[in-house]
Design a protein around this ligand. Structure first.
Ligand code: G4P
Length: 525
C-alpha cells in the first residue's frame, strides 16, 4: 500500500461520555466488530469508582489499566482504527482534554435516560474550540428514556451544536423494537441478546406492508410520521458541516446489547475524517508530508517505581515514524533515537518498525519528555497543545521532610511535566501553589511524591476563585496592575503572568478598576 493510502485509511478518535453512559461497553463492542477481541468483558473499565477517593490500590490499578487501554488499534474494513481512551473520573478531566488534541474526531456517548450530563458538556466545549468533528451515540435504548425528539432538542441546546439523526428509534425501553437506519434506508430489528448479530431488513419504501408486520401497524404508522416530521425539521445530512465540527450526526442503540453499534461503525469509517492537518506555531503541517513530525500528548510515568520508566505517547502528525531513526527533540534541541517504540494493537503492546500520520506511538523514556514536546525529522516546528484551564481547587504545597527538598522539587517538576496538575509560583513570596480539577489529584500527587520520589509534602489551605491569565495592549497598564496586585500574582509553569482572584467579587472589581486588562480563564486566547 502506498504512503498516502496508508494515511488515508487511518481513523483516530476518542469516545467521550459522562461516567456510566456506556463508553467502555461501546469501546468493547467496537473491538469485537474489529475482531480485535473475541469475548465480551475483555476491556476493563478504567474508571475509579466515585467513592474510592482514598483507595490507593484503585489508583495504582487505574494507572496499570489505563496504560494497557490507552490506545486500542485494530483493522476494520480496510481501515486502521485507533481508539484513544480517556479517563472516566472527572478529576482527571485535563488528561481527557489533552487526549482530545491527538484525535481527528470524537464519538460522544449519551445515556438516553440521563441526557446530556456535566462532563459531556465540558468535553464538548473543548471539541468546539478545536472544531473537532463529533458523532453522537444515544445509548441504552433498551431502558426507559426520554422521547427521541426531546433528546435531540436537548443535545442541540446543551452541546450547542446542530444535530442530524441518521438513525431513528422505534419505541423505547419495553416497547423498543429497533432502529430505522436513515443513512442506509433499512430497518434493524432489536433482539435482546448479546450476540454479534443484528437482523437487518431493507424496504423499498416505508409503505411496504412488511414493515407493519414486523413492528406492528401502530409503530409503523408512528415511524412514518416521525420520519416525515424529521425531514421537515432537519435539513439533509451535510458532510462538510460535520467535518467542520458544526453538525453532529446522531445514532441510537444499545451498546450492551450490541445494537446499533455496527451501523455506527460502518457510517463512522465512511464519513469520519482521516488524519487532519495540524497547526504548529510556524505553519500548518499536512499529514501527507514526507517528513515525520509528532507531539507528546500523554505521559505515563514511573509504572515501575524502581526504574524511572515512562511511556510518552506521541501522535504522529505527518509522514512516517521509523524505529531506530534519529529525530529532533525540539525543546531539548537534541537528536534522539528510539530502539523499542511500541504500537498499541487492541490490548497488546508490541514493538513497531514504522507508524504513519494518525497513529500513536509509545516511546519508552527516562525523563526526556514533557507534555506538548515536539519531535521532527529536523525541521523547527512547535505543535501547540491545549491551553491550560483555570483549576477549580488550589493548595500551597510544602515540604514535610527537610532532608528531601531536592527530591520534592524533582518530583513536582516531573509530575507537572506529566500534566498531573498545574503549578503556580507566587511572584511575591515564591510559594508554590498546586491547582487541580478535583480533590483526588491532590491525593494522587502526595502519594506519588512519597512512593516514587521518597519526598513528603503537606498541603496548606488556599481559598481561590480562579486563575486568570492576563493581557493588555498597554504594557504600562499591565505593569501597574501587577504592582497593585503583587500578592496575588503568580507565574504558571511557562512563566506567564497569572492573577489569582480569591473571589468572583474581587475579579469583578479588578475588571472595573483596570478596564485595559483582559482576564482569561485559559492560557491561550
Ligand atoms: P462508562 O465507561 O461510560 O463509565 O460506562 P460503562 O460502559 O462501564 O457502562 C456503565 C453501565 O451501563 C454498565 O453497567 C453497563 O453494563 C451499562 N450499559 C452500557 N450500555 C448499556 C445499554 O445499552 N443498555 C443497558 N441497559 N445498560 C448498558 P454496570 O452495572 O455499572 O456495570 P457492569 O457490572 O454491567 O459492568
Amino acid at each position: 500500500m502506498g504512503f498516502t493510502d496508508e494515511i488515508a485509511r487511518r481513523r483516530t478518535f476518542a469516545i467521550i461520555s459522562h461516567p456510566d453512559a456506556g463508553k467502555t461497553t461501546l469501546t468493547e463492542k467496537l473491538l469485537l466488530f474489529g475482531g480485535a477481541i473475541h469475548v465480551a468483558g475483555a476491556v476493563k473499565s478504567n474508571k475509579i469508582k466515585k467513592t474510592a477517593t482514598s483507595d490507593w490500590m484503585e489508583i495504582e490499578k487505574q494507572r496499570g489499566i489505563s496504560v494497557a487501554t490507552s490506545v486500542m488499534g485494530f483493522n476494520y474494513a480496510d481501515h486502521k482504527i485507533n481508539i484513544l481512551d480517556t479517563p472516566g473520573h472527572q478529576d482527571f478531566a485535563e488528561d481527557t482534554f489533552r487526549t482530545l488534541t491527538a484525535v481527528d474526531s470524537v464519538i460522544i456517548v449519551v445515556d438516553c435516560a440521563k441526557g446530556v450530563e456535566v462532563q459531556t458538556r465540558r468535553l464538548m466545549e473543548v471539541c468546539r474550540m478545536r472544531k473537532t468533528p463529533v458523532m453522537i451515540f444515544v445509548n441504552k435504548l433498551d431502558r426507559e428514556g426520554q422521547d427521541a425528539f426531546d433528546l435531540l432538542d436537548e443535545l442541540e441546546e446543551e452541546l450547542q451544536i446542530a444535530v442530524r439523526p441518521l438513525s431513528w428509534p422505534i419505541g423505547i425501553g419495553k416497547t423498543f423494537k429497533g432502529v430505522y437506519n436513515m443513512y442506509r434506508s433499512e430497518l434493524n430489528l432489536f433482539r435482546p441478546d448479546k450476540q454479534l448479530v443484528t437482523e437487518r431488513i431493507t424496504f423499498d419504501s416505508l409503505e411496504d406492508p412488511e414493515l407493519d408486520k414486523q413492528i406492528s401497524p401502530a409503530l409503523g404508522q408512528k415511524l412514518r410520521e416521525d420520519l416525515e416530521l424529521l425531514s421537515g425539521v432537519y435539513p439533509e445530512f451535510d458532510l462538510e458541516s460535520y467535518l467542520a465540527g458544526e453538525l453532529a450526526p446522531v445514532f441510537f442503540g444499545s451498546a450492551l446489547n450490541n445494537f446499533g453499534v455496527k451501523e455506527l461503525l460502518d457510517c463512522f469509517i465512511e464519513i469520519a475524517p482521516a488524519p487532519r492537518p495540524v497547526q504548529a506555531l510556524e505553519r500548518t503541517v499536512e499529514p501527507t508530508e514526507k517528513d515525520f513530525s509528532g507531539f507528546v500528548f500523554k505521559i505515563h510515568a514511573n509504572m515501575d517505581p524502581n526504574h524511572r520508566s515512562c511511556i510518552a505517547f506521541v501522535k504522529v502528525c505527518s509522514g512516517r515514524f521509523e524505529r531506530n531513526s534519529y529525530y529532533k527533540h525540539m525543546r531539548l534541541d537534541k537528536q534522539l533515537r528510539f530502539s523499542s517504540p511500541t504500537a498499541f494493537m487492541a490490548q497488546k503492546k508490541e514493538i513497531l518498525d514504522e507508524a504513519y500520520a494518525g497513529d500513536i506511538v509509545g516511546l519508552p523514556d527516562t525523563g526526556n519528555f514533557k507534555i506538548g514536546d515536539t519531535l521532527t525529522s529536523g525541521e523547527n516546528l512547535h505543535f501547540r497543545g491545549l491551553p491550560s484551564f483555570s483549576p477549580e481547587l488550589f493548595k500551597y504545597i510544602e515540604n514535610d521532610d527537610p532532608m528531601k527538598q531536592k527530591q520534592l522539587q524533582k518530583g513536582i517538576d516531573q509530575l507537572m511535566g506529566e500534566g498531573v496538575a498545574q503549578l503556580f509560583t507566587n511572584q511575591f513570596n515564591g510559594r508554590k501553589i498546586i491547582g487541580t480539577v478535583g480533590q483526588l489529584q491532590f491525593e494522587v500527587i502526595q502519594y506519588r511524591l512519597l512512593h516514587e520520589y521518597g519526598a513528603s509534602c503537606k498541603w496548606q489551605p488556599l481559598s481561590l476563585y480562579k486563575a486568570c491569565w492576563i493581557e493588555s495592549d498597554k504594557p504600562q497598564a499591565l505593569e501597574q496592575f501587577k504592582k497593585r496586585k503583587v500578592q496575588y500574582m503568580a507565574y504558571d509553569i511557562e512563566g506567564r503572568d497569572v492573577f489569582l482572584a480569591d473571589s468572583a467579587y474581587v475579579l469583578q472589581m479588578a475588571r472595573q478598576d483596570f478596564p485595559d486588562i483582559r482576564f482569561h480563564f485559559t492560557s491561550e486566547f
